[in-house]
Design a protein around this ligand. Structure first.
Ligand SMILES: C=C1C[C@]23C[C@H]1CC[C@H]2[C@@]12CCC[C@@](C)(C(=O)O1)[C@H]2[C@@H]3C(=O)O
Ligand SMILES: O=C(O)CCC(=O)C(=O)O
Ligand SMILES: [Fe+2]
Length: 350
């Protein structure tokens, strides 16, 4: 049984796309960070991503509709305590406020999966990203000890508690979404089989994102996180109260996902698109930066076990359809994504 760490570690990542810019020294974005105007254009569209109350008796149906039309929704009444969320936010601030020298002690390596650095998608763009991140899979204790030798336990406890809570919520949502598709319990037996508290069965990741303010020479042409779809089955994102997240809607363009107090942004990733035989699509999204305020966000990515074979569900509401993707394991899809990025899904079409 392989873990998520092992799968990501088996892909050699280019060393020139790991170290974030030295935000303390660089006051304005160098030329290599400026994206073409046509790329950054926002649609100004007024309609917005649906907001769903998980306590609503019709929540399942609302979620199915939201996923079909938008691929993403904001979730309220999700049962995750606001104090736990605040604790994570405090730890994120404490982490990214450390001097650059200190953060570089836990820099992700070329064959690494966790730690400090640019997001993995940085290698897919010619322009650079105005971003620093920290990736956690399971216990972050080895890195936390290097960052705070005498005071590392708080960070570890908070990150582990949060991952546990997110695992519960992710599994609850996945079960609900599968049921809304008419897929029976039998097909989701694997759900809940992983145990991220042990180190031998990790199938989820927590990504902490920081976007320092960027006094941008040409307004809005610097990107925090370039356009991408998540690889996950499901992603649960918390953004603070600062604008930045945008989704791409076909025929419309880029639309802001406005920060909503207490809410999570929930979207499906490529793995769900495969399983649902493209009935649900993984939404393209990005994060833009602003000139004055440091923005933080954190995302929890949930995957099935790495050896799980993804075969499109062709029964249920998709009944009678032929599978659109060839079957493969989660770990093989991660390899396809590493080598193909935005064309990964079309490259496995039948
Ligand atoms: C479990 C995951 C999911 C990863 C890879 C690995 C750890 C870090 C995740 C992210 C986080 C930032 C966006 C993304 C696109 C990236 O560059 O790194 C994500 C990626 C993916 O969804 O593919
Ligand atoms: O910062 C955000 O709002 C988006 C983060 C994101 O897309 C990710 O971590 O995958
Ligand atoms: Fe994302």
């Amino acid at each position: 049984m392989s873990t998520m760490n092992e799968i990501y570690e088996s892909h050699l990542y280019p060393s020139d796309r790991i170290v974030p810019v030295d935000f303390e020294a660089v006051r304005t974005a160098p030329e290599s960070y400026v994206w073409p105007k046509s790329d950054v254009f926002s649609s100004g569209e007024q309609s917005s991503v649906p907001v769903i109350d998980l306590m609503d008796p019709n929540a399942t149906e609302h979620i199915r509709q939201a996923l079909e039309t938008w691929g993403v929704f904001q979730l309220l009444n999700h049962g995750i305590s606001s104090s736990l969320i605040e604790e994570v936010e405090n730890e994120i601030r404490r982490l990214f406020a450390l001097p650059a020298q200190q953060k570089l002690k836990v820099l992700r390596s070329t064959h690494g999966s966790t730690g400090y650095g640019l997001p993995r998608i940085a290698k897919n763009f010619s322009q650079h990203l105005w971003h620093e991140g920290f990736t956690v899979m399971g216990s972050p204790v080895d890195h936390a000890r290097k960052l705070w030798p005498h005071d590392y336990e708080r960070f570890c406890d908070v990150m582990e508690n949060y991952q546990k809570a997110m695992k519960g919520l992710a599994e609850r949502l996945i079960r609900l979404i599968f049921l809304s598709l008419g897929i029976c319990d039998e097909e989701i037996r694997w759900l809940g089989s992983s145990d991220d508290s042990g180190s031998n069965n990790i199938t989820a990741a927590l990504q902490l994102n920081s976007y320092p303010p960027c006094p941008d020479p040409d307004d809005g042409q610097v990107m925090g996180l370039g356009p991408h779809t998540d690889t996950s089955l499901i992603t649960i994102l918390r953004q603070g109260d600062i604008n930045g997240l945008e989704i791409f809607k076909d025929g419309v363009g880029w639309i802001l996902v406005p920060p909503l107090a207490g809410a999570f942004v929930v979207n499906l990733g490529d793995l769900f698109q495969i399983l649902s035989n493209a009935r649900f699509r993984s939404v393209i999204h990005r994060a833009v930066v602003n000139g004055t305020r440091q923005r933080y966000s954190f995302a929890y990515f949930y995957d099935p076990p790495m050896d799980f074979v993804l075969s499109p569900f062709c029964n249920g509401l998709n009944s009678g359809q032929a599978p659109r993707y060839r079957s493969m394991t989660v770990k093989d899809y991660i390899s396809v994504k590493f080598n193909n990025f935005m064309t990964a899904l079309s490259s496995i079409e039948i």
